[in-house]
Write a protein of this length. Structure first.
Length: 230
């Protein structure tokens, strides 16, 4: 009888121990699930926040100057290589711009046109589109937007001065803006560049319609498309 009581006590102790272990395992699993859920939720939010920085340009029609900002933003992002949290910086972004209708309406009708392609696919600073536009942006910052617009408005006058000689051309530029305007190479801005600047100015003021958005397999934005809205 005494042995039976001891056996029951031992069995009870083992049962209690198993119940405690089971409860601990269940609690651990629940805690792990909660942590995974929190991590997944955090990663999802990080990815949503990342995409939002680019998708905000696709909610409605945008102006050319906004498109330039987006292009520079994409180029800056594409330079990065690391993987951070839910954002994989090795997955690059491309901006595609359909310029065919813009060229037809505002493009210079010769080989000196600023925009030489019907469609631009942009993902780095070596793209001609990006390099040329940022060249004029830099000149605006150096000489002011007002000075550049004055050169554009006086194109015909400057063309006539240039036909005389280079000195007359530079003198006329000084009369118009108060100083000789130089390009990023350190040379006096040419008539071709002034003509191209007029295209650039029209581009900034023009409206572009967003198209389809493509995504990488992890949900990050892959490609943004835009088309000139006539």
């Amino acid at each position: 009888m005494e042995n039976a009581s001891k056996a029951l006590i031992m069995a009870g102790g083992i049962l209690i121990a198993l119940l405690v272990i089971g409860a601990l395992v269940l609690m651990f699993n629940q805690l792990s699930y909660y942590q995974r859920t929190e991590t997944d939720s955090e990663k999802t939010q990080q990815l949503a926040d990342f995409n939002k920085e680019y998708l905000k340009y696709t909610y409605d029609d945008i102006k050319g100057y906004e498109l330039i900002s987006l292009v520079n933003k994409v180029i800056d992002y594409n330079i990065k290589e690391e993987v951070g949290n839910s954002v994989d910086y090795t997955k690059k972004i491309t901006v595609v711009i359909n310029m065919k209708e813009f060229k037809s309406k505002y493009g210079v009708k010769n080989i000196t046109s600023l925009f030489t392609k019907d469609t631009y696919t942009i993902n780095n600073s070596n793209t001609i589109f990006s390099a040329d536009l940022n060249n004029f942006r830099s000149m605006e910052n150096t000489y002011t937007l007002s000075a550049m617009n004055k050169l554009s408005a006086n194109y015909d006058t400057l063309k006539q001065a240039k036909a005389e000689n280079q000195n007359s051309y530079e003198t006329k530029i000084k009369e118009i803006v108060g100083k000789v305007v130089k390009n990023n190479s350190g040379n006096t801005i040419s008539l071709t560049e002034i003509e191209q600047y007029r295209e650039y100015s029209e581009f900034k003021r023009s409206t572009f319609k967003p198209g389809n958005v493509e995504y990488h397999n992890n949900g990050q934005v892959k490609q943004l498309s835009f088309e000139f809205k006539n």
